[in-house]
Write a protein that binds this ligand. Sequence first.
Ligand code: HEC
Ligand code: HEC
Length: 445
Amino acid sequence: MAGLHAFSEFHFAAREVLLVNRNAFAATHSLILNQEIQAFFGSCLRVIGMDGITTKRSWSVCLLLLVAFGCNRQPTAKFSPAEELNDLPQQHQEQIQTMLTNMFGTPANPTLRLPKDPEQADADSDEESADESANSTKAKSNFEDLLSVDELARLRHGAQVYSKRCSGCHGAAGDGNGQVAEYLDPKPRDYRKGIFKFTSTPYGIKPARHDLVRIIRRGAKGTSMPAFRWMSDQDMEAVIDFVIYVSVRGQTEETMAIIAEDFDADEPIDVYEFVDAANNARSSWQDAESQVVLPVSAEPANDMDSVLAGAEIFRSKGCVQCHGLDAKGQTEWLSKEFLASLESMPADQQIKINYDAWNHPAPAADITARLLHGGRRPIDIYRRIYTGINGTPMPAFGDAFAESPDTIWNLVHYVLHIIEGGDPKVGLSEEGSDSESNTELNKAA
Ligand code: HEC
Ligand code: HEC
């Protein structure tokens, strides 16, 4: 039983921590005072509840979990090589790993340096001293720091905040594999792909910084991602630097895995490729800031006409195929049985429909659960529909509705109607016929 396994594992972890750290309980109490933890308890209970352990024990497991969790420090954490590297010749794998360590440091000791132009580096080292023969010194002088002293201090502070508050779920190296990740659904974000779901920017574009502030301050409702409401602005900015840093490193690694294929196995990869890959990854983040999506039209009145218009669109424009007429999201179209029946469908397309970019199952949201992960302000819902949800099967509808901009607002009002407890089948006749035939009937009458 996964729950019992979790219990003994965390019990063990917690005991160990207690032995080592007498302050663990004090730490737990101060954590409990913090409301962030409520969300964490919620997810923890859900996890353990799945295996039917009594509530009383669930709470004690949660406490133990918190002890283990609150004290999680992994100063020796390393970045594990991306899967994409596995198929490369050994020499290239090693070169990429060494280069990435020189450029980005380690999770506990992050940095940002780029290899220098080799001619420039030669000139510099000649100048420095003729008898400097230690390889490490030479290697170091071939890199140029991109961060100022202050920026580096902030990134390192971010690494500490991250290690304390986030690594238990998101993993010490930001790969989504924290100690408790196995028991969470949806899974904590693996930052290495640089894909983020709840952005104010167009599909495929990085989040703006304020999107990250928003999700960290408010959490993702209906998931275990807690709301860090009382985190100081200083910690917030620093931890965001760290999240972006892990993404830039991950994107650089992914690009290098592709570029390495152009080089013969016995030929070292050109350092310029590393510089380009890192610079492109960095600018993809900088560019996002100027691409925030603003609504095409002003929000019309949120009345029953708009809700009904939205319901009509929901049923006629494809939403229903994934979310279902009852908006519960578990439709035939996405079920395993249905996919199995589509023998002609290539395997890679099946993954795109049922799985997200991190290869976790990604069923369409159950809107009637009334917990929108990306926020419930009208503008949040507007952006989810207009730009889709990165890395998941939820498509962007901005272009599809370009001719009739109010359509998206009508859909927003329909979604709001549902999350406020309204009937998803509003406008359908009692027999369950669709609104079109309903109109036909009305016309005939
Ligand atoms: C209890 C587990 C947990 C903790 C602790 C946690 N997260 Fe998360 N986080 C999640 C989960 C689960 C998701 C995925 C939500 C989803 O996919 O809808 C997530 C998603 C995210 C995202 C992605 C949002 C997006 O738009 O895709 C960011 C950024 C993030 N977390 C940052 C943080 C930071 C920073 C911390 C620490 C200050 C933190 N998280 C702590 C569980 C956690
Ligand atoms: C191809 C399948 C698919 C289609 C078509 C689709 N969705 Fe989704 N939708 C999803 C998936 C998958 C998610 C969950 C994404 C995630 O992991 O957070 C989702 C999530 C949502 C959410 C929840 C957002 C949040 O913040 O949690 C809303 C609202 C939504 N969709 C509305 C719509 C509307 C309106 C349409 C039609 C205009 C539509 N969807 C079409 C698959 C689809």
